[in-house]
Structure formats: C-alpha cells, structure tokens
Unconditional design. Structure first.
Length: 335
C-alpha cells in the first residue's frame, strides 16, 4: 500500500504539470489582451504597454510558463488582475465557501441517496421503488441551472422560506475565521445566530447541487444491492435463519458499497464543477464565482490557479476512494 501511495503521489505531479500546461496554453491562445482589460478603457497605449511589461506578458510564452511554474514551487500563484491582490489570498477567501457548499451537498446525497437506494432494492417494484426511480430520472435529466432558478422562484419568491443567495444574512456578523466554513466556525465560536443564518443560506443551493448526485448514488446503490442480494452467501445467511435486517446491514450493504464509493468519488468531483453554475445563480462567493469573474477579465493567474486547485482536489479524492476500497474489501490489495 505504501508503494502504491508513493506512485500515486508521483503521478499527481505529472498530472499537475499536464493540467498547468494545457490551461496555460488555452488561456494564452484566446484573442484578448488582459493588460488592456486590466488597465481600463481610458488607458493609453503607453500605459497598457507598461502594464504588460510589469505583468511579464511581453515575454515569450515558454518563458512565462517557466516563470509561473517556478512561482508554484514557492506557492506563489501570481497576482490577480480581478481583485488586485495575490491569487493565494483570493483562494484562501473563496475556496472554503465552495468546500462548504460541496460538502453540504454530498452530505445530503449520502443521507438520502444510500438509504433510498437500499430501500428501493429491498422493496423492488413497490411504490417506494417507483418513486426512487422517478427521482433518479429527474436528477439526471433536469439541468442544474434550470433547477436552481426553479428553486429560487418557488422557495424564495413564492414561499419566502429560503433567501435568494449569499452565505449569511446582512445583519449577522460572520464568525471568526478558523476553517473558513461558516457553519463549522459558528459551532467553534458558539455563535448560534451565525450558525442558524449560515445554515439557512446554505440549504437551498446545497439541495440544488445535491439533486443530481443524489440521483446517481441512489441508482448505483439500488443496482449494486440488487446484484448482491442474488449472491449465494446471502441465501446461506437467510438459510441460517438470520433476520432480514441483519442480512441487509451485515452481509449485503458492505459488499454493495464498493460501486457506490466509486460513484461518491466521481460525484464529489462533479460537485466541484457544478458549483460554478450554482454559485453564480445564488451569488455564492466561492471559487466558481471567482473563476467566472476571472475568465471575464482574462485573469490568467487566477484561471490557472483555480484549475490546478480543482485538479488536485479531484485527484486526492480518487486516491482516498482507492484507500476506502481496501477498508471495505480486504481482498483488494495494491502492490
């Protein structure tokens, strides 16, 4: 296992180099001048040229790439043209909001999706199963941006249950920053008004983001449980006189979870990508909101840094999934 982890970590370096090279190339082939965008519409050609020299945009592309990679080794992501400050500070501010939203959505997906998938398989072709399959079809078919606008229209405009966006109410003071997650920091500080407000603002975007992942997790869990229920060892367990609940939770569920764990890893990466649309619609100040603004301003350093950050998180998630495989099934080994 140790050798496998070392190989995967070494592979991560090559993945990051490839992602950085691809992102750098695509960012610089776009027919736009970030120096002119940063200088403003009233800047003269001389002012734009001076800013281009200051940012190093007048140098050859290979030299710019080498300079950028050298900065990455020092955890220096460059200077953002959008916020006018180091990109690292921007990531420290915006990324916790995205993590909080993605984790909340994944928690909803797991708490609802796995029990619903198990119940749907155990009670196959019943009313519960039909409802479960309808949810799966809707979750896969409905576009996330349409669902987000529908939730806003119904739960905010018509019923007034949830706010339309942002992380916390205007009149509520955010908790002291420890992790950057408002819910966690509110708990640590014992600030119950801030916790209630942050949960209130988090609920609707998290439900929207979770809907598609919930559908996939439910579907995979149902299929996996149905296949496991047909195995000989399940028939043997029932033949011994074990109760149905013991058979399901002790013998079926653990073996059926391996495909579900794979889907959870994939969906966690999908949630990070899905937050881009959700954050824009709900004005959620996360990494997606920040990246879209960076793309509009052709902020190369911000675009490349956010892309690398998402690539690292996605790769680490896949590595964690592989480790969980071994915990679920000791027969699996990595050499």
């Amino acid at each position: 296992m140790r050798a496998y982890l070392l190989r995967r970590l070494a592979l991560l370096v090559f993945v990051l180099i490839g992602v950085s090279l691809l992102t750098f190339t695509l960012s610089h082939v776009v027919p736009a001048d970030p120096a002119r965008l940063a200088a403003g519409p009233r800047a003269t050609d001389k002012q734009v040229q001076l800013l281009r020299q200051k940012l190093g945009l007048d140098r050859p592309l290979p030299e710019q790439y080498v300079t950028y990679m050298a900065g990455l080794l020092r955890l220096d992501f460059g200077y953002s043209l959008t916020s006018r400050r180091p990109v690292r500070e921007d990531l420290q501010q915006y990324f916790p909001a995205t993590i909080e939203l993605a984790l909340a959505a994944m928690l909803i997906s797991l708490v609802v999706g796995i029990p619903l998938g198990v119940l749907s398989a155990v009670r196959r072709d019943t009313f519960v199963d039909h409802v479960s399959r309808a949810i799966c079809i809707a979750g896969v078919a409905l576009p996330i941006f349409w669902l987000a606008m529908l939730f806003q229209l119904f739960f905010y405009r018509r019923l007034g249950i949830f706010p339309s966006g942002m992380r916390i109410s205007t009149g509520v003071t955010p908790p002291p920053t420890v992790t950057g997650l408002f819910t966690v920091d509110s708990l640590l500080a014992g600030d119950w008004p801030a916790l209630a407000s942050s949960l209130w603002h988090l609920a609707m975007p998290a439900m929207v983001l979770a809907f598609a992942s919930l559908a996939w997790i439910t579907r995979i869990t149902r299929t996996s449980v149905l296949e496991t229920l047909r195995q000989d060892y399940v028939r043997t367990a029932r033949g011994k006189g074990l109760g149905e609940r013991v058979v399901i939770y002790r013998h079926v569920l653990r073996n059926a979870m391996i495909p579900t764990v794979t889907m959870i890893g994939l969906q966690m990466g999908a949630l990070l990508a899905g937050t881009f649309l959700v954050e824009i619609i709900f004005s959620w100040p996360g990494i997606g909101f920040y990246t879209v603004n960076a793309v509009m301003a052709m902020d190369f350093n911000a675009i490349m840094s956010t892309t690398l950050l998402v690539a690292v998180v996605y790769t680490v998630i896949n590595l964690v999934v592989d480790v969980v495989y071994v915990a679920l099934d000791p027969r699996i080994s990595y050499t």
